[in-house]
Design a protein around this ligand. Structure first.
Ligand code: ZN
Length: 106
């Protein structure tokens, strides 16, 4: 059975294996191979929010972070961020407040 993949709410990486946060609110403890955010640790234990972490990652030049997983062919971190922005727009259309703010990305 092929399990669905999930998008990283920090950097837009589309192929996380688990939901970053379950509906019960717990983190997955999966480390995003793209931006290295660890759900349940970077946010819960270290108190860093997605926007702050994303800004820092962008400032560092959006490096691929995983040493065990290779970056995808033709990986374009800027496109991932565009996917995030698109999703934020879509969720606004559905009448819910957007969960991702990309105001910091100008
Ligand atoms: Zn990420």
């Amino acid at each position: 059975m092929k399990s669905p993949t999930h998008m990283c709410p920090v950097c837009g990486y589309p192929s996380l294996k688990e939901t970053p946060r379950s509906s019960e609110g717990g983190g997955s403890y999966e480390i995003c191979p793209s931006c290295h955010f660890e759900f349940g640790v970077t946010d819960d234990d270290k108190g860093v929010d997605y926007n702050a972490y994303r800004e820092e990652w962008i400032t560092k030049g959006m490096p691929w972070s995983s040493t065990t997983r290779k970056e995808p062919k033709n990986w374009v971190p800027g496109s991932q961020l565009a996917n995030l922005a698109l999703r934020a727009t879509l969720s606004r259309v559905k009448g819910r407040p957007p969960r991702i703010m990309l105001d910091a990305v100008a």
